[in-house]
Design a protein around this ligand. Structure first.
Ligand code: BG6
Length: 506
């Protein structure tokens, strides 16, 4: 059993009556508490817009039963945890709110008999970030560089300019090392495992380069449509919502150079190097490097589902993309001429986040009878829902003759460790409380990611797609995404179906 961290902590959640608090934040904090990963001296201060302490605690307990990986809470344990909750309902614009927060913090610290780490988690819409940050600053709750921390959730701005503005507002009160920008993908166990795989083993690093890797594919596919988030999604789209953050972060982990140490800034510097090396997208020739899509009505698991334009809060003529595929190059020695294909979409046939490293075919194939059946070597890093790694390679089929077949060597997280993976938010909250910024986005990473995509975002806005909707809900996206790879002689690796048949040039 781990020991509780020593320093006391007070976590304040703004937006406590919102969905994220109930689905993710409180279940994560409660699980950390059960696992003795929270400090013994701990206060959770919830700031909501309505209700009172008793109704908040009740709602959170219900939330655990529905959303926590551990299900319904043990009543005794929950009562112990709930005793540490304080609830305040005041508007974010009201200066009294911040005086009240300062009061609860002072009370808790007095009870602890020592100063605490103070975490301010902004689970609120982005337009409120600056109001809360200013409120905290004015109330003197941001000035301690070691102990005051502010956590924000994406979107960090809507574009390069608004991201810069937001950053400057935060920097009025907090210094960069006090700002924790969450990209929840970085808290996923299997995402962190990419570093372990690459730099904890001698086996893979020597072949992790342009000599042996033909192309890399990163897929984040979702079964769901936009659900109740049509209003937000209309101002966002797949490029902003998924590529600017999650997909580029995955790409950084796959493409980065070996680390000298596992220090936060070393990890983040190496990621920044990747972002700096990504070749700017050739906007005039963008159709060769990018494909956008929007789902139309279709079927999912036998049920008719609406198209994007029929979802609540969505314009009937919307040109917002719900799918994007990109071809990117990293201009450095390691990756010269190796395409990185990234794709993400809503309403795809299955939920799937994976990285596929496609290795080059053998230089000389001496088994002529079976050439068509053999795939080149491939490593598949499954991030979710299955968690693990598979390496696919050729083996001789039993029997006479020399027929080869592709077989798979599989590592499965749950089987290997006899444990279910913890939730990303458990890891992320623990890291904030312990003051480790490794898994969080630094301002320069954010900036470079926006800088890369902004020209494409602008081009999409200036030239709305005329072909939307261009894929049927429940399929792997528009055909033009297959054609983009086919032009390079490649094809997407889709699970179950294996590699799609190679297509002739379009
Ligand atoms: C969020 C996006 O960041 O990630 C959502 O805003 C998306 O649109 C979600 O559904 C996907 O996260 P996960 O962990 O379910 O892959």
């Amino acid at each position: 059993m781990p020991n509780h961290p020593e320093l006391p902590a007070i976590v304040t959640i703004f937006g406590a009556t919102g969905d994220l608090t109930k689905r993710k934040l409180v279940p994560a904090l409660f699980n950390l508490f059960l696992d003795r990963e929270l400090p013994k001296k701990f206060t959770l201060l919830a700031v909501g817009r309505r209700g009172d302490q008793a109704s908040f605690i009740e709602a959170m307990e219900e939330g655990l039963a529905k959303f926590s990986r551990r299900g319904t809470a043990d009543p005794k344990k929950w009562a112990e945890f709930a005793a540490r909750i304080r609830y305040v309902a005041l508007p974010f614009e009201d200066p009294n709110l911040y005086t009240e927060i300062a009061g609860v913090i002072a009370e808790s610290e007095e009870e602890f008999g020592e100063p605490a780490t103070r975490v301010f988690y902004l689970s609120v819409p982005p337009e409120i970030f600056a109001t809360v940050s200013d409120g905290l600053g004015v109330a003197g709750l941001s000035g301690n560089r070691e102990r005051d921390r502010i956590v924000i959730e994406k979107p960090f701005g809507r574009d390069l300019e608004s991201a810069e503005q937001l950053n400057n507002r935060l920097l009025n009160h907090f210094e960069e090392p006090q700002i924790y920008r969450i990209d929840h993908y970085l808290g996923k166990e299997t995402v962190q495992n990419i570093l372990a795989l690459r730099f904890g083993n001698t086996l893979y690093e020597p072949i992790w380069n342009r000599r042996y890797v033909e192309n890399v594919q990163i897929t984040v596919a979702e079964e769901v449509g936009v659900e109740k988030r049509g209003g937000y999604y209309e101002t966002s789209g797949a490029l902003r919502d998924m590529v600017q953050n999650h997909l580029l972060q995955l790409m950084c982990l796959v493409a980065m150079e070996p680390l000298v140490s596992f220090e936060a800034d070393e990890v983040r510097n190496k990621k920044v190097d990747v972002l700096k090396a990504i070749r700017p997208i050739d906007i005039k020739n963008r159709h060769a490097f990018s494909v956008r899509g929007q789902y139309g009505p279709g079927y999912f698991q036998g049920q008719a589902v609406p198209g994007y334009r029929q979802e609540t809060g969505v314009d009937l003529y919307s040109s917002t993309e719900t799918y994007v595929a990109l071809k990117l190059y990293v201009d450095n020695w390691r990756w010269q001429r190796v395409p990185f294909y990234l794709r993400t979409g809503k309403r795809m046939p299955r939920k799937l986040s994976q990285v596929v490293i496609n290795f080059t075919p053998v230089p000389h194939q001496m088994f002529p009878s079976s050439v068509d059946d053999i795939e080149a070597n491939r490593m598949i890093i499954n991030i979710q829902p299955e968690e693990g790694i598979s390496v696919r390679f050729a083996a001789k089929e039993p029997g006479s003759g020399m027929r080869l077949r592709t077989v798979s060597m599989d590592f499965n997280y749950e089987e290997a460790f006899h444990a279910e993976s913890r939730e990303a938010y458990e890891t992320l909250l623990q890291e904030v409380i312990e003051g480790n910024t490794t898994l969080f986005m630094r301002a320069d990473q954010e900036h470079l990611a926006w800088e890369l995509l902004q020209p494409l975002i602008n081009a999409y806005e200036e030239h709305p797609a005329s072909s939307f909707p261009n894929y049927v809900a429940g399929t792997w996206g528009p055909e033009s995404a297959d054609i983009m790879l086919a032009r390079d002689g490649h094809s997407w690796y889709n699970p179950n179906s294996g590699p799609a048949p190679r297509k002739e040039h379009a």
